[in-house]
Design a protein around this ligand. Structure first.
Ligand code: LLP
Length: 492
């Protein structure tokens, strides 16, 4: 494909219905920035003038200056500016936006692969299974890229099982987490031959035993224990405290394992623990691990052998100023504690694989100053990315075309068209904005599209996977017909 763009990259999509009278009228309403797009989608520009890398290679702890902050331990070059144009690998993001419209999610295959390998490398030579927590981003192409690298999958529903299998997952590498598995879901997972069920309660254990027995199968289980460790993260994504609904209190675990041992159709395989998400320090992980290792020893004293230790997911990423440990640092610290115990190690990382492998492109529809505040009204909204509204998450928002350094900046709330005051993607952002500009919401690979909805009957965005200088639409933009296809009216 070779699309040559003639209009400025910040121009609204309607500009590109070249030749229509409407396009001409609308074009005249917008001021234009000076940098034209001269590149084709297929060809990277010669050389790489580093006008401003998104993740400049600088020592940890260095200050970030005016540029978006470096993502420590993250893929360094998947998204970077070249000639002031933000690229995903070799592809100009503005050109993708013009061709496919906005809002648009764009993922980098290289970044995904790098993040997955960052987990694999420290575990080489040790029995392990890395089960990508697909709730973070369950696009089939994302799953398939990871499956090809040997990833297993952490699923939490029958739907995720179906997706994982459709994407080419090895069923023997799937683990099934979640507090509310239905009978249908258990049957489907047993039928598929998954690796293990992470059981979260005694009634679930009893149900699984009955379902497995009726199918003449044996369900491998690990018990998700709740170690009562504070993950120091947002309360909505903290899962390892006494008050959380997840897992079995660790003090009760021995009794539950003894019950499991007595049940038909159940094979005890492991212990599981996941204490929360977006953890940026090692201490809670290590505290939880210490408690789980004590449990493993206690179980051994009672003749219950644990084959695998599942330490869940939860490793944080850098959205702004966080300095989370890299997967390597995280693994090294855990491995030092685990020593030479003969345990297969299982991990369920989600965010740390995909968050920084994706961005969402959105366009400024209107600039509106109320006297109190400046609002940049964009075409992306809380239905596309709900993290700021739900968790007060701060996600970086950067221009797709870097304006000249001399362009005056103002403070903007970046808000969407949805009829809710919580519909903001960023607040108080210093940006030089014009109507029609393209913006990129960074770190949007995890828990963004996956949590998107049709609220306000908005079509969910398209998703693109970039691979070098190629790109593929890995999910087409929804249409209104798609949205209405499942509904019916009464006949009279
Ligand atoms: N395993 C289990 C059992 C989980 O519940 C989760 C995430 C993971 C693994 C993966 O955790 P990760 O490596 O991604 O931190 N929507 C929220 C995050 C919710 C996390 C839910 N569980 C957000 O946007 O921050």
């Amino acid at each position: 494909m070779s699309v040559t763009a003639h209009t400025r990259p910040g121009a609204p999509a309607i500009f590109h219905s070249v030749g229509t009278p409407l396009a001409g009228i609308i074009r005249s309403l917008f001021p234009t920035r000076s940098l034209p797009l001269h590149e084709t989608l297929d060809r990277a520009p010669a050389g790489r003038p580093a006008a401003g890398r998104l993740w400049p290679e600088r020592p940890a702890g260095a200050t970030a200056g005016d540029h978006p902050k470096q993502r420590r331990g993250s893929p360094m070059n998947a998204f970077e500016y070249r000639n002031r144009q933000l690229h995903a690998e070799e592809v100009q993001l503005a050109a993708l936006a013009m061709r496919h419209g906005t809002p648009l999610f764009v993922y980098s295959r290289a970044a995904l692969e790098e993040r997955f390998r960052a987990y694999q490398a420290p575990l080489a030579g040790r029995p392990h299974l890395i089960c990508y927590a697909m709730k973070a981003n369950s696009n089939l192409a994302v799953l398939n890229v990871l499956a090809r690298l040997g990833a297993g999958f952490d699923i939490v529903s029958g739907g995720e099982l179906a997706r994982a299998l459709a994407a080419g997952a090895d069923p023997g590498k799937i683990i099934f987490s979640g507090v509310g598995k239905s009978i249908d879901e258990m049957q489907a997972a047993l039928e598929a031959g998954i690796h293990c069920f992470n059981v979260e309660s005694v009634p679930e254990l009893e149900r699984l035993s009955a379902v497995a027995q009726a199918m003449d199968k044996v369900a491998a289980i690990s018990l998700r224990v709740n170690p009562d460790v504070d993950a120091n993260t947002h309360p909505y994504i903290s899962t390892g405290l006494k008050d959380n609904k997840f897992g079995v209190p660790i003090e009760q675990a021995l009794a539950v394992y003894q019950r499991a041992r007595s049940l038909p159709g159940i094979h005890i395989a492991g212990v599981d623990c996941h204490i929360g998400s977006q953890l940026t320090t090692l201490t809670p992980f290590l505290d939880a691990l210490d408690r789980v290792l004590l449990l493993v020893d206690k179980l051994a004293e009672h003749g219950i052998t644990i084959e695998h230790l599942d330490l869940g997911g939860g490793l944080g990423v850098q959205y702004n100023d966080e300095q989370p440990p890299s997967p390597q640092e995280y693994m090294q610290a855990l491995l030092a504690r685990i020593g030479d115990r003969k345990l297969t190690l299982v991990f369920e990382p989600g965010r740390s694989i995909v968050a920084n492998a994706g961005v969402m492109l959105t366009r400024v529809e209107y600039l509106k100053a109320t006297g109190n505040k400046n609002f940049a009204i964009i075409d992306g909204a809380m239905n596309d990315i709900i993290r700021p509204a739900l968790y007060q998450a701060k996600m970086q928002i950067v221009p797709v075309l870097q304006p000249a350094a001399s362009t005056p900046k103002a403070t903007w709330d970046i808000v969407g068209p949805v009829c809710e005051s919580a519909d903001f993607l960023g607040r108080d952002r210093e940006l030089a904005l014009q109507q029609g500009d393209l913006l990129a919401v960074l770190s949007a690979g995890a828990y963004c599209f996956a949590m998107s909805s049709n609220y306000n009957t908005r079509n969910r965005a398209a998703e693109i996977m970039v691979d070098g200088s190629n790109h593929t639409v890995v999910r087409r933009r929804e249409t209104f017909d798609d949205q209405m296809a499942l509904e019916a009216m009464l006949e009279n």
